[in-house]
Write a protein that binds this ligand. Structure first.
Ligand SMILES: Cc1cc2nc3c(=O)[nH]c(=O)nc-3n(C[C@H](O)[C@H](O)[C@H](O)COP(=O)(O)O)c2cc1C
Length: 476
């Protein structure tokens, strides 16, 4: 079984020594800056902020809670003490076997209904919503959020993570990339001249957030995926305003509607996006008109993942597991491991070459493995003596084993996203959100791999022997 609620996850992170509590930090930049600085330390703890000036004690903010492979191990029920590559292998195996789909369970009541405000009393700034970074265009309530809407043509609800800026007490900005299911659904309502009903949570079961940030096929509800990850149904209450499911153990939830953008759209952003840039100026985006707010006693607002250190970070790693699983599904042999750096912008596949063209087939397969997720750029294949999670190893292979003329290919004009900093202003202006992908075969050239210079220093057995014999000297 997974975590009963977000609080159970926080308690477990605490038990494992992975939690840091901070009191007294201000919502205006201080919380964001401290979260970033702690993210950049080797410990990279989960951070819980309390006693936020101007807000009642107990109204808390949680940040950096799902932003590296050890925390993902905790979320998905593996030991955070295993090596990163071993954790990744377990995550991939879980995907390969198939997470069972467990439909949500409707319940009459839940902690999220402990407090409720409707109509005139709605005020989203009841919560200590941070302005996260210096150049952000406002206070962002929806960063560690899940947003739920229903396909009007089908009997399923989508769940996705889409950012929300506070315009005023009852209005939120709503930024969703066009290819994401939440936007495709909203457009169906707008085409009929209707507002799209939505539920959004800001603090929810960790499995639900994990499912919300990963891609599921069109028509498959991430509520069911989250139930599968958790090992039991996500409890939901039926929203009195929208009829949409509200996760019953969420910390904070709202019900509202998104009118067609020609009825209401307001300048949103800018916001420092995950590749590490303010890619877009403030621009009109749809809004959520908030009709009702629900929250637990002493609610916990979840913040962004804190992945700010350029982008050379551990991220959500959805790309690694999707690519690894796809390679196995297409029956390509010899795959040793996959690791994505820079949140998926740089994906490395380690394989034992078994035939001519093997590495290139793996690279091609990888480019189509993660659906409409987001911006992806470099795909690198390395031999199986290279640890794909170790960038030094990967660079060594790229610089010494790759014959650029034959082993580097560019696939032009593939799907990207608005948040991709390399999409030029000219392309943006005409709605051409594409970028090129680069395939780098950094394996020893197949035809003469046997003659390639040897690189072994010592056998693993000999290294073990020396490590034992010289332990004190090597420790010093
Ligand atoms: C922390 C985080 C924030 C995200 N913010 C946004 C966002 O503001 N807008 C967006 O369109 N996608 C955003 N995404 C990506 C989507 O949530 C993700 O691609 C999801 O799979 C989309 O689901 P869907 O295809 O069901 O819509 C974010 C992802 C993460 C991990």
């Amino acid at each position: 079984m997974g975590f009963h609620d977000l609080r159970a996850f926080i308690a477990e992170a605490d038990r494992q020594g992975m939690l840091r509590r901070i009191e007294g930090a201000h919502w205006d930049l201080e919380i964001g800056a401290i979260a970033k600085m702690l993210h950049d330390t080797p410990a990279n703890p989960v951070v819980l902020f309390d006693r936020i000036p101007g807000y009642p004690p107990g109204f808390r903010v949680l940040s950096n809670h799902q932003n590296n492979v050890k925390k993902l191990a905790l979320v998905e029920g593996f030991s955070p003490d295993d090596s990163p590559m071993e954790i990744m292998r377990q995550l991939k195996e879980k995907r390969r076997k198939g997470v069972p789909l467990i439909p949500p369970r409707e319940v009459a009541d839940g902690p999220v209904l402990e407090n409720r405000e409707e109509g005139e009393n709605v005020d989203v700034l009841t919560f200590p919503v941070p302005r996260w970074r210096t150049l952000d265009g406002g206070r962002y309530i929806g960063t560690g959020t899940v947003v739920i809407n229903r396909d009007p043509d089908g009997d399923w609800v989508n769940v996705g993570t889409y950012r929300q800026m506070v315009h005023d007490a009852k209005t939120l900005g709503f930024f969703v990339e066009d290819q994401h299911h939440g936007k495709i659904i909203a457009k169906k309502y707008w085409a009929r001249g209707q507002a799209c009903p939505v539920v959004a949570c800001y603090g929810q079961e960790v499995e639900l957030f994990r499912a919300s940030t990963g891609s599921s096929p069109w028509g498959r509800s991430e509520l069911e995926v989250a139930g599968g990850l958790k090992g039991e149904p996500i409890d939901v209450v039926s929203g009195p305003v929208t009829g949409l499911p509200i996760p019953a153990r969420a910390e904070i939830a709202i019900e509202g509607e998104v009118p067609p953008p020609d009825v209401d759209a307001r300048p949103e952003g800018p916001f420092r996006e995950w590749p590490g840039y303010y890619t877009q100026e403030s621009a009109p985006q749809p809004v959520i008109r908030v009709k009702a707010v629900y929250h637990r006693n002493d609610p916990i607002l979840t913040g962004p993942l804190g992945n700010d250190r350029n982008v050379i970070v551990d991220g959500t790693h959805h790309a690694s597991t999707a690519v690894w699983e796809a390679l196995e599904r297409t029956a390509l042999p010899g795959i040793r491991g996959v690791w994505d750096h820079c949140n998926g912008l740089f994906i490395v596949i380690s394989l034992e070459q078994q035939f001519a063209g093997h590495a290139k087939m793996a690279l091609l397969t990888a480019t189509s493995a993660h659906g409409s997720g987001s911006a992806y750029r470099y795909y690198v294949a390395v031999d199986d003596d290279i640890d794909p999670s170790n960038l030094t190893d990967v660079l060594w292979a790229m610089t010494t084993r790759c014959v650029p003329e034959n082993q580097i290919d560019i696939v032009r004009s593939t799907l990207s996203a608005r948040i991709d900093p390399i999409v030029s202003p000219m392309k943006r202006a005409i709605g051409d959100l594409t970028c090129d992908r680069v395939l780098i075969d950094a394996c020893k050239p197949w035809d003469w791999r046997e003659q390639f210079g040897k690189s072994m220093t010592y056998t693993p057995e000999y290294e073990r022997e020396i490590r034992e014999k010289w332990r004190p000297a090597l420790m010093g």
